[in-house]
Design a protein around this ligand. Sequence first.
Ligand code: SF4
Ligand code: SF4
Length: 397
Amino acid sequence: MQTQLPAEFIATDRGRRANEILRSCVHCGFCNATCPTYQLSGDELDGPRGRIYLIKELFEGEESPARATQHLDRCLTCRACETTCPSGVAYGELADIARMQIGSRRPGFNGALRLFLQWLVPNAGRLRLLSRVGRFARFLLPQALAAQVPDSVTQGLAENTQGSKQVLLLQGCAQQVTTGGVNESLQALLAQLDVGVVTAPQEGCCGSLDMHLGDEDKTLRAVRNNVDALFPHLNQVDAIVSTASGCGITVKDYGKLLAADPAYAERAARVAEATRDVSEYLGGLTAKLAAKFPGKRVAWHPPCSLQHGQQVEGLVEKLLIGAGYELLPVADAHLCCGSAGTYSVLQPDWSDQLRQNKLHALQSHQPDLIATANVGCQTHLASAANTPVLHWIELLS
Ligand code: SF4
Ligand code: SF4
């Protein structure tokens, strides 16, 4: 694609990278075929090709920021378009650059909701407290927010330093409050494999929520905090492991996010290199894992952050089949379930529609269990499913 971005913008790291990505797009439109929002609206501007064009026009000063913002806010950042694109266009990175340029502020109720989510979700203490209160005051909350209040609240993990080797577990902010049993299950599983689990007490939010909302300052503050918290452990652990693929994908990007910061660049890159999704870590061990629910039929939902973002495919399926589960076919497995971080709260109508479509696909062969790999997908699907939805780690023993 031809671009004419302002010279002063191209002189910045961000502008140079945006220009590179824009120029790599040949505008073929193949990506529209796998874009969930394009499928819902049929509007070119709600597909990746249209959004790329809007971003180019925005940077060139030819597009109204309000229109570009509306269509970018409707993007799930699922990155299915990247998996499909034959030219290797890094759409997700371009969208994040555009969001940082636009900024996180929005007018009206939506703007207030964004600020509230930024205040609440990245702080496990606040999230735990308000989740407890929210269970009794659900009827007072807007519907989209009420649906996010967990039925039970879980605690963070206590360390187990026993084992011939150890991993550093990312506890996550929403994960440890809403589905803390997942990390406990992993800890029990690893103990059987003679692997201990340590935690970093100063670990905070990975930064993904602020990043996708376009708040650069808060994103980089969260990333630096975590580099400070995680880096000192690197010499004692086999890997940094994440059970939430939405957090893992962001930590794997820390090197890129702090590349221009001489005080952090090297440590951030080391933290990123050491980070593994739990399927990558367990897949690298030779031990055979057993099924906790033998004979059950499972429908597997690979989160976008795992299959498109981290490009980790086939590992969970292999581990579950190896443990003895029957995996059922699921149509349109590449499509997002509509959770997408804060999307389910900020874009509830499209999010609901995507969840309905996903549950229809997952439940069409009457599975006993639905398995996934990210806290957001798990809670979003569970709130409307007729079938129990678990993290795949909870299926193993
Ligand atoms: S992002 Fe890729 S698939 Fe989509 S229009 Fe550009 S080159 Fe084609
Ligand atoms: S990230 Fe997902 S929703 Fe956004 S343009 Fe790409 S495929 Fe569409």
